[in-house]
Design a binder for this molecule. Sequence first.
Ligand code: F6R
Length: 611
Amino acid sequence: MCGIVGYVGGTASAPILVDGLRRLEYRGYDSAGLAVHGPKSIEVRRAVGKLRNLETALSERPLQGNVGIGHTRWATHGRPSEVNAHPHVAGPVAVVHNGIIENHLELRKRLVEAGCKIASDTDTELVAHLVHLEVERGKDLESAVRAALGEVQGAYAIAVLSSLEPHRIVVAKSSSPLVVGLGDEGENFCASDIPALLPYTKKMLFLEDGEMAVLEASSVRVTTLEGKVVERAPRVIDWSPVMAEKAGYKHFMLKEIFEQPRALEDTFRGRLDRESGDIHGHEIGLSDDDARAIRRVVLLACGTSHHAALTGRYFLESLAKIPTTIEIASEFRGRDAVICEGDLVIAVSQSGETLDTLVAAKEAKAKGAKILSIVNVIDSAIPRMSDATFYTHAGPEIGVASTKCFSTQVANMLMFAIWLGRRRDALSADKAAELVEGLARLPQMMADVLTGTRQLVANLARRYVEARDVLFLGRGLSFPIALEGALKLKEISYVHAEGYAAGEMKHGPIALIDNRVPVFVLLPKDSHHERSLSNLQEAKAREAIVIGIATEGDEEARAVSDDLVEVPDVAEELTPFLTVLPLQLYAYYVADFKGTDVDQPRNLAKTVTVE
Ligand code: F6R
């Protein structure tokens, strides 16, 4: 949560900082602010709400100066207000921060006793005061930050300015992400995430926990918090800036929905072995013997990633015949869950920073499990603590509601299950080859479904936009898709929605049904089809408005559905990739017709680094 950005160079910093914050706004949008070294001292502008409010403040009172830091906030300590907005200033020092200082109560008490005047309710302002006290004791900024952080417990990525040292920014990190961008033309940058820096540089240094850096226009020096020099080569990131733009779409979410065929092609590149009908699994980090020795897979994830992991359980049990359990990461933590010898833990996360998933994976690792992660953001915290990472390669996802990252996570789960199934002699060569071939054909099929159903689904969204409750039902692999359809609708349109295992409906939720409730029933031609059809009829008998998501040519489904969305006939394992698309589009259009903020829904943030 929260995004930070910094610039030091030879040109006006404010436009670069605002541009960076725009690309980080998905991390929070309760308030935004900048601090820039002006001709005499540090000047600050802050505004509550979206970035455009800060831009208005800046147009009324511009900031001049070539060195500055910026912040976009997702409120944790203290409600969204101007006084709680970052940057926070103490004497000559200004600080922006992403994370949570855990010992903030004790620090606040100590600072008040030392005579500090604390203006805000935030934990961040305390860091500014701690650094200021060290500067007053005669330390330079780098040493002052180092000393101050010695007193801080918790998660942080910070960027600090001092008007006494107007040519540098000091940054540091523990748990929260921080990337340093190395410019070519006497300028350097920092940010919480890669997309903020893509228009300026592709050469990036990823700081590790317990490291800090001093950024000047022509140099970047990285050290540990203890002062030991760190030599690390930058990585060149091959994402293009255009990948983080809307490319003519009204919202990032719509662009990302339509980007799924391309994203999947990237996910499959170099991994599908169509000649031998197998998966190239070198990134999985397991030998064939390791694969055979696994006794159980434990999947850890949150939210949409949890739904992707649920599909993974189906794949792993049916294709690799391996016992698989799945855990909501926040419920795994601190529960004393049992990890046994031979357990492989898979952490699934788009951001690679979700605190619940990160901590759960660390707990499992401490208990002796091997950790494989399925992550999108390169070199983020979860890959760094994992034994191996099977990246999704979906490219930057900006819309807060995850779409293309979901499909690519499901793809990685399926590729992993095929790879494991072959090595464990649980999956026949013919079935593996059929699936590999099917995966290779999926991107084109997904593109066809998107273009073929877009208008129909938009019409449905227009017709049912006022529905107050919506149900999504599915069995087998369609159950996680029902959950995902409901989550998408809830989070961006604020409509109450429930995803249910279709067979479970009669045990309670059927009582919700009347003639005002649209019920989406996922019933592709799979091994559950007949029973799903019965569940559809049960909903229909209670006068629900029934929308079937079915295989092309399914006349039984057509006969009993009020509306029918058709997808091509594919192997059962591939149905989730197609059936999820109309549900993503439905959520998108309902939200768009309602006029909610599709890319930045209320109360949410893309990267959830709080518990
Ligand atoms: C919903 C959504 C969230 C995330 C969840 C986990 O659209 O995006 O539910 O899936 O916050 O985030 P990651 O995948 O980054 O661990």
